[in-house]
Ligand binder design. Structure first.
Ligand code: SF4
Length: 368
């Protein structure tokens, strides 16, 4: 059986063509599955019998399901534990805000990058997620929102009834799985399906230069977030081994060249997790400013979430403010972002499947 969630609409149109049927049926099917939430592919009454039979014989939506959901008492954030069809578990996180509803999704089961402060990295890479599994997370969250109107009513956010933004910031390095992520982007942004504009989808990377080149060639206006976390090659290589393969200087040069060709309103999001005594000093602020010269950036400073006692700690409030002010005075757009869903371990850096034996040894979690 082929996974319907992994099929871009143009491939469905190819199927209609082979069956000598009008292409409109592909649109009808996309709308039924993604907008109306139907998983029975042959259900739409307007589909011709020949197409129904072909779908029944060869296609099905993958069986990813919500194994567990946890809702934050403080900010309404919902963490989903998603069981994939082979039993693997990943997490996605739904975050309601005044002006948007964002879903943070995973792209790999575990991660190969082994950043020293990250729980997910300590899991190692279990396997890649398919495009269909990536899309299924979004489909499941969309259905969950539709079935829980009280969730939004309680938050007093009457103007939003569906997902508006997607961030690839859950488990995994998305650009280590770039072909499947790219396929998923085509499906998620299809106007007959979930219709999420590419500008509303953000892919976060620890600095995977090869994957960036592939993805930005195909989706030049995609929003990109770069997890920086350190300001020198040596310090970044210690925190993030990926820096040994693709030094941050090379990554930023590539991005400078890319943004020179884009419209003025496109910008790169820099994620900088502030860790006490590691990257929160005056020197680090100065070096960060120098690193970002010539790039259209927004900087998010994320105080490290302390999940449990560890050698890494969140910053003192005073040093965080001083760091932010220093960047601000240099003319950078900077915000301090406090993670949501901390009481349900859904905040930045807390995504990990707890029954993974090696995760017990993790110092800190910070999926990129
Ligand atoms: S921070 Fe991101 S890239 Fe690094 S190990 Fe964690 S999930 Fe992987």
């Amino acid at each position: 059986m082929q996974d319907f969630f992994a099929l871009p609409r143009h491939e469905l149109e190819g199927l209609c063509e082979r069956l000598e049927l009008p292409l409109i049926h592909a649109k009808t099917l996309f709308r039924a599955v993604y907008k109306e939430g139907l998983k029975a592919l042959s259900a739409p009454p307007s589909l011709p019998q020949r197409l129904r039979q072909t779908l029944e014989d060869g296609y099905a939506c993958n069986e990813a399901s919500i194994a567990k959901e946890s809702c934050s008492r403080y900010d309404g954030t919902v963490k989903f534990l998603i069981r994939l069809s082979d039993g693997s578990l990943v997490e996605s996180v739904l975050m309601p805000e005044k002006k948007r509803i964002t879903l943070c999704i995973s792209s790999q089961v575990g991660c190969a990058q082994a950043c020293t402060f990250c729980y997910t990295g300590r899991m190692g890479l279990k396997r890649q997620m398919s495009a269909g599994e990536i899309v299924a997370q979004v489909w499941l969250a969309s259905q969950w929102i539709a079935q829980h109107p009280e969730w939004l009513a309680e938050r007093d956010f009457p103007s939003f009834t569906k997902l508006s933004n997607i961030v690839f910031m859950g488990m995994g390095e998305p650009l280590d799985n770039v072909q499947e992520v790219s396929r998923a982007l085509h499906i998620l942004s299809d106007p007959w399906g979930l219709n999420l504009a590419l500008r509303k989808i953000s892919v976060s990377t620890a600095g995977h230069l090869e994957g960036m080149a592939v993805l930005l060639k195909e989706f030049p206006d995609l929003s990109l977030a770069l997890s920086l976390h350190a300001t020198t090659e040596r310090e970044r290589s210690q925190l993030m081994p990926i820096n040994r393969r693709w030094p941050i200087g090379e990554v930023l040069s590539f991005l400078r060249a890319h943004y020179e060709t884009r419209a003025k309103d496109r910008s790169l999001l820099i994620q900088y997790t502030v860790i006490r005594g590691v990257n929160d000093g005056e020197r680090h602020a100065r070096e960060l400013i120098e690193l970002l010269v010539g790039l259209p950036v927004k900087v998010n400073l994320i105080p490290l979430n302390e999940v449990e006692p560890s050698r890494f700690q969140g910053p003192e409030p005073g040093s965080l403010e001083a760091f932010r002010d220093r960047l601000h005075e240099a003319g950078l757009r900077v915000m301090v972002r406090y993670s949501k869903g901390q009481d349900i371990e859904a905040a930045c850096g807390q995504l990990v499947i707890k029954n993974t034996p090696s995760s017990d040894r993790a110092d800190r979690a910070l999926p990129s």
